[in-house]
Design a binder for this molecule. Structure first.
Ligand code: ADP
Ligand code: ADP
Length: 229
C-alpha cells in the first residue's frame, strides 16, 4: 500500500537530511503511528506520501505506483485516493459543516446526486448528523476535527494520513477522535498517523515506527510510545 525504498529527503543543500535512507512498508489495512521528537521527519514522510514533496533520492510507492513516475498532471488524481487530516483542522471558517465536506466532492467534479447522498452519510459516520448547518465557530475542537475527518473520508480514500490530529484537543476529546480513526481503520482504510500523544499511542497498541533525526530507530508491532517499556 505504501513503500519507502531507501528514501532520503534534503530540503536545502548542506542541511541535515530530514529523512536519511528510510525504508518502510505499510500493508493494506494497517494502522501505523509515526512517533519521534519534533523535527525527526514525521511530517516529511506524510508529505512524500501525498506527493507534496519529492524525495532527493530513493523511491516512494503508493497504491502500487512509484510516485517518481507519476507526472505532475496526474498527482491530483493520485491524491484523491488519500485522505489527510491535520492538527489545525484546515477547514473553511466561513462555511458550514455540510459545505466544508461537500467542497471536497465539488472540487473533483462529483455529480450533485452523489454529493447529496455521500455528505450526509459521512457526517453520520463521524457523529455529526444534525449539525450540518453549524458554522465552524459554533463547534468544539473535537467537532471541528470530526469535520476534518469527514472531509478526508468523503472520497472513500484507501489511505488516511493524520498529522497530529489530536494535538489541539484535550485528552478525553483526543481519545474520542482516536476511537473514530480506529473505527475507520477497522472498516478497511490504511491509517498512518504522526503523533506526540504518548497516552494515545500507549492505549491503542498499534504498530509504532519511531524516527530520530530522519532515521527509523524502531518499528514495533503493538508498540508503545517510548522504547524499552
Ligand atoms: P516532524 O514532523 O517530525 O516534526 P519534519 O518532517 O517537519 O519533522 O521536519 C524534519 C526536518 O526537516 C526538520 O529539520 C525541519 O526543520 C526540516 N523541514 C521540514 N519541512 C521543511 C521545509 N519545507 N523546508 C525546509 N526544511 C524543512
Ligand atoms: P444547490 O443549490 O447548489 O443544489 P444544495 O441544494 O445542494 O445546493 O444545497 C444548498 C445549501 O443547503 C448547501 O450549500 C448546504 O449548506 C445546504 N444543504 C444541502 N443539503 C443539506 C443537508 N442534507 N443538510 C444540511 N444542509 C444541507
Amino acid at each position: 500500500m505504501i513503500r519507502f525504498d531507501d528514501v532520503t529527503k534534503v530540503y536545502q543543500k548542506g542541511a541535515h537530511p530530514a529523512l536519511d535512507q528510510v525504508s518502510l512498508e505499510v500493508d493494506r489495512g494497517e494502522f501505523v503511528f509515526l512517533v519521534g521528537p519534533s523535527g525527526s521527519g514525521k511530517s516529511t514522510m506524510l508529505s512524500l506520501i501525498l506527493a507534496q514533496e519529492r524525495p532527493t533520492s530513493g523511491h516512494v510507492h503508493v497504491l502500487g505506483k512509484d510516485l517518481s513516475t507519476v507526472s505532475a498532471r496526474r498527482v491530483p488524481l493520485m491524491r484523491r485516493k488519500i485522505g489527510a487530516v491535520f492538527q489545525d483542522f484546515r477547514l473553511l471558517s466561513d462555511k458550514n459543516v455540510y459545505d466544508n465536506v461537500a467542497l471536497a466532492l465539488q472540487v473533483i467534479g462529483a455529480p450533485r446526486h452523489q454529493i447529496k447522498t455521500e455528505v450526509p452519510e459521512v457526517l453520520k459516520m463521524v457523529g455529526l448528523d444534525g449539525k450540518e448547518r453549524r458554522q465552524m465557530t459554533e463547534l468544539s475542537g473535537g467537532e471541528r476535527q470530526r469535520v476534518g475527518i469527514a472531509r478526508a473520508m468523503v472520497n472513500r480514500p484507501q489511505i488516511l494520513l493524520a498529522d497530529e490530529p489530536t494535538g489541539n484537543l484535550d485528552g478525553e476529546t483526543g481519545l474520542s477522535i482516536m476511537r473514530l480513526l480506529d473505527r475507520i481503520n477497522r472498516t478497511g482504510t490504511t491509517v498512518v498517523m504522526a503523533t506526540h500523544d504518548q497516552s494515545i499511542v500507549n492505549q491503542m497498541r498499534k504498530r509504532v515506527v519511531e524516527l530520530k533525526e530522519g532515521i527509523i530507530v524502531r518499528d514495533q508491532s503493538r508498540g508503545v510510545y517510548g522504547g524499552d517499556q
